[in-house]
Design a binder for this molecule. Structure first.
Ligand SMILES: [Mg+2]
Length: 229
């Protein structure tokens, strides 16, 4: 069994800015002020990590209660805004997931900085939530590098399989995805459909690198080489 851990934003979908717009509105509503987002790295960060930073910028303590309060506002905004923004599935995602789902040796799951409820709003809206058996989310830890082993242990709990890191693929669009795969010995797959160029991603030495995931044959030949159509 191989475990495939997909990132969401920039990898499976783009929300057309719905995520960031929802966060901005949540900060206005919860913190009662405008905050300059420029010091915050959004790309590859976790929602809980972002919330901690934003509370600091709003001169509020990053207590558990404040983090959850801000993120509850964010999730309410996201649920209404996701329909209004010009987001989309990224190229080739459904054909690729369909082909992987057919296989009994591929376990599809998520490794994302989204909260589980945010992940469900985004992927549910684009009709791909059902492909993923489980995930590791921002609810599990605010540091992305901690999420790989959490996903691995969840595979054991939910499917009774000990999947070694060399059978685990971390698929994402940012240097942080590559890093969080490497820290637990997983195989890293970078895709340049987010805000990072192919050249920038290459400088972080992923095991595989694609412009996008639209050529399912090429992607499967690389990351699921036993595949025979
Ligand atoms: Mg991403």
């Amino acid at each position: 069994m191989k475990l495939y851990l997909f990132d969401i934003d920039g990898t499976l979908i783009t929300s057309g800015g719905a995520g960031e717009a929802s966060l901005k509105q949540a900060v206005r509503a919860f913190c009662g002020k405008e905050v300059d987002f420029s010091p915050v790295t959004m790309s590859g960060n976790t929602d809980t990590g972002i919330a901690r930073q934003l509370l600091g910028l709003a001169d509020m303590e990053p207590t558990e209660q404040n983090i959850m309060g801000l993120l509850d506002c964010y999730l309410a905004e996201l649920s209404s805004r996701i329909h209004q923004h010009d987001g989309r599935l990224l190229p080739g995602i459904i054909p690729l997931l369909d082909r992987m789902e057919e296989r009994s040796d591929c376990l599809l799951a998520l490794l994302t900085g989204n909260l589980i409820r945010g992940a469900e709003v985004k992927l549910g809206h684009y009709g791909v939530w059902h492909y993923f058996a489980f995930g590791a989310f921002a609810d599990d830890h605010h540091i992305r590098n901690e999420l790989g082993p959490i996903a691995q242990s969840r595979a054991l709990t939910m499917h009774g399989e000990i999947i070694p890191p060399e059978q685990i693929y971390v698929i994402g669009d940012t240097p942080r995805d590559i890093e969080c795969g490497k820290v637990f010995g997983a195989i890293t797959v970078a895709v340049a459909t987010g805000h990072h160029s192919r050249e920038e991603l290459a400088s972080h030495h992923p095991d595989f690198l694609f412009d996008d995931l639209s050529d399912a044959d090429a992607v499967l030949a690389a990351i699921a080489p036993e595949y025979q159509n």
